[in-house]
Design a protein around this ligand. Structure first.
Ligand code: ADP
Length: 199
């Protein structure tokens, strides 16, 4: 922890929100690899932008190209990955952006940390469990990752050789299989945001 640093106060979140006429919210998608997080987040982002709302997606693979390029997939690195993303999501949220995150985020403790970081500053946090059974994710497997994990070519792969701790009380539980389309899934989230008057 650095010393000799002082927090610099600026506009309150409410003042910023009044200027921009938009509220900030973090929509935190969690689920197995290939459950549909990125696809749903993309559809949601486009739908929000089309309504004239500022929305931005922080994507699992993408942040590993830059911000988190020094991190791997051990438990400690996954924790750090989520901690940094939580802090970044919080900044986007504070800037009144509808912030969408699509990370497996398999550990309850990490998601709890993300929630607490937001809630201690009164920034809304919506956890969305993108729920599909491992068998469905494995059947989709667009990047061939489950196949590699089964062959032992990828270690610590969530759902195969590393745990996924499902949320017990997410704000939204999305069953993203058995005929649920991507549009249906995105619409369920939009409906929730409208019901809560975030949009
Ligand atoms: P994740 O981001 O969770 O790893 P992706 O968004 O990459 O998952 O989706 C994995 C695959 O599942 C993609 O091929 C995507 O087109 C497909 N998919 C996502 N949602 C659905 C759905 N509701 N029905 C059918 N296929 C879906």
């Amino acid at each position: 922890m650095a010393t000799n640093i002082t927090w610099h106060e600026n506009l309150t979140h409410q003042e910023r929100s009044d200027f921009l006429k938009q509220k900030g919210v973090t929509v935190w998608l969690t689920g197995l690899s290939a459950s549909g997080k990125s696809t749903i987040a993309c559809a949601l982002e486009q739908s929000l932008l089309a309504r004239g709302l500022n929305s931005y997606r922080l994507d699992g693979d993408n942040v590993r190209f830059g911000l988190n390029k020094d991190l791997g997939f051990s438990e400690a690195d996954r924790n750090e990955n989520i901690r940094r993303i939580s802090e970044v999501a919080k900044l986007f949220n504070d800037s009144c952006c509808i912030t969408l995150t699509s990370f497996i985020s398999p550990y309850k403790q990490d998601r709890q940390l993300a929630r607490e970081l937001h809630e201690k500053d009164n920034l809304p946090f919506v956890e969305v469990y993108v729920d599909v059974p491992v068998s469905v994710a494995e059947e989709r497997d667009p990047k061939g990752l489950y196949k590699k994990a089964r062959e032992g070519l990828i270690k610590e792969f969530t759902g195969v050789s590393a745990p996924y701790e499902a949320p017990e009380s997410p704000e939204i539980h999305l069953k993203n299989y058995e005929g649920v389309s991507v549009e249906d899934a995105a619409q369920q989230i939009i409906q929730y945001l409208q019901d809560k008057k975030y949009i």
